[in-house]
Design a protein around this ligand. Sequence first.
Ligand code: GLC
Length: 729
Amino acid sequence: MTAQAGNEAVEASVKQLLSEMTLEEKVGQMTQVDFSVVSTPEAQNAEPPVDRARLEEAVINRHVGSILNAPLSPNNRAAPIETWRKITAAIQETSSRTRLKIPVIYGIDAIHGATYTQGAVLFPQAISMAATFNPELSFKEGEITAREVRASGLPWNFAPVMDIGRQPLWPRLWETYGEDVHLSSVMGAAYIKGHQGDDFSAPDKALTCLKHYVGYSFPINGKDRTPAWIGERMLREYFLPPFEAGVQAGSPTIMVNSAEVDGIPGHANYQYLTTILRGELGFKGFTVSDWEDIKRLYTRDRLAASPKEAVRIAVMAGVDMSMVPFDFSFYDLLIELARSGEVPMSRIDEAVSRILTVKFQAGLFDTDRPVPPVEGHFATPDAVETNRQAARESIILAKNDHHILPLKKDARILVTGPTANLLSVMNGGWTITWQGDNESLYPQDKPTVFEALRKKSAGKVTYVGGQSFADPIDIDKVVAEAGNHDYVLLALGEKPYTETLGNIESLMLDQTQIDLANAVIATGKPVILLMLGGRPRIITAIADKVPGVILGFLPGMEGGEAIADIVYGDYNPDGKLPISYPRNTNDIVPYDHKPMESYDGNAYKPLYPFGHGMSYTTFETRGLSVDKAQIKMGENVTVRVSVKNTGAQKGKETVLLYLNDVAASVTRPARQLKAFKKVELEPGQEQPLSFTLTPRDLSFIGIDMKRIIEPGEFKVMVGQETAGFSVTE
Ligand code: GLC
């Protein structure tokens, strides 16, 4: 946690407050309920949509310390910022009438901007932010998101996701920064620093929440909330380091994994939640359960013999706050457990101290602080432009045979496909509603891909397709219209989804999309394939037959403009894949594969590899060198290389530095990303770059599960070049 101002003063305040609290008030602080618990269907039409009696029952009578989620039912949808400000003012006023005036902390999923505040700046989703390989943009996304949630009166954002995405079937892959540990750690840490600044009590800063700790993102069958089998070495090599980076970046809260690892549900895992998180990572903040997951230790996992036993197991494992979320069962049961001594007061005091510390550090007790004005803090032009740039840098040009792209402004383009003319397919879940699929709630002033192309075009741009993702597309009409155009932009992919509703049985595209693609290809017109959606789908048979492929994933509310900028060459694409794009459904091999996955049929052979992304210009790296051919254990290595724009157009290039530990007591990946730098170069411009590799970069988890460095040969790789050095005792 960053050194929040006056830690000693906070510690004293927490100690004093704790000494005055009753058991009920303490347990209330550990209780988080959904907004619906303080509202009613009738109240939904009120302004604000709270039910005063239910709000008082929760906050005054049950001492509830936290409320979460979007305020408007049905299906939890975004509210105007003015409504949010009234909601949070009503909650604050109610908590000011409690005996000890402990403020409620409101938590929200603002995972790509203030998703539940109408008109907020909604960024590319994490997978697409990772594709920018631009930590500065991630920092700015954090800054703008914090400013806009705080302007809504909300201090706590359940983001970033620090799970890494190594299972492309998983319906929340797009909420991760991709398959690489280093990229996820760098992008996540930058987001946290932008979101929290040096003091997250500032009026334009807000708290973050690392999620979902740990190992949630690797279900063996690819379906959400199903078992992961992650050995300790894999946990320590791949899944813990991004959380370690998040803790070091100062995030004060952590949300727990909803699933299970090695047969132990995240909410029952003392080793993960206490021994490792507190003892090794040194986390000082508080943990919050995920949705209803303490109850699920009994209702789903059959780990607990009763609801009360579930509460005891979770609290004793290290869960500090329960996202119950629809009732006061956790509150009632934990009071019973405390009174019977099955949960010692020391454990309750520990959890409550952590929660109160964060509330003090967030400035929530300073109730006379003005909420920042909406004007100048919400959906500002500079924020929208930052978002547009993030969207541009998130787009990956994967194929461009015969330089078919960019197209001329007067080109006649037929645009078709299920993702061509919708905003929801560029934003994904957690957008205005939980599933992000209510297109009618999306802002009318933001263009879809088709609308953005038409707006920019000096020629003829025609759309043939439906009004919704599932609408049938008249293939005969598409084929006929293709004859009147020079190009076809074929937009395929996925409808928005999150969590279990996004589970699939295969990465194959559905047959209707394949049939449409085959019909379009058969016209003989040059086709540009655009993929939008949260995870890679198997497009090999289509991609092999078209000259242009653009991978858009989830570029956010400015995605349409950004894609049009790239199609017409008003922006030179520079996105790179943060995940391997599989060639076949069972070809799920990450780029940092093991040496035994380098041979023959076992070889890593994705359709597009991690780090792939083309430009309208060309770049060359050369002169790779290390400052010492031999270093002692514990020393750094400086790696130098230069990068040159060898083409005729300005562009940005990300230079990726990989490491291979040539021989070690545990098999080492053929290569691992250890550093990257993104530079903008004019045609002909060359820039020298240097990177520092630290002992941590050379380390790995050894036989005894401890992080070690072994003497021996190492290789660094940039582009086509390799340089070596050795480490001696
Ligand atoms: C959901 C998600 C989690 C989210 C939480 C609150 O189930 O797993 O990412 O923050 O509940 O909405």
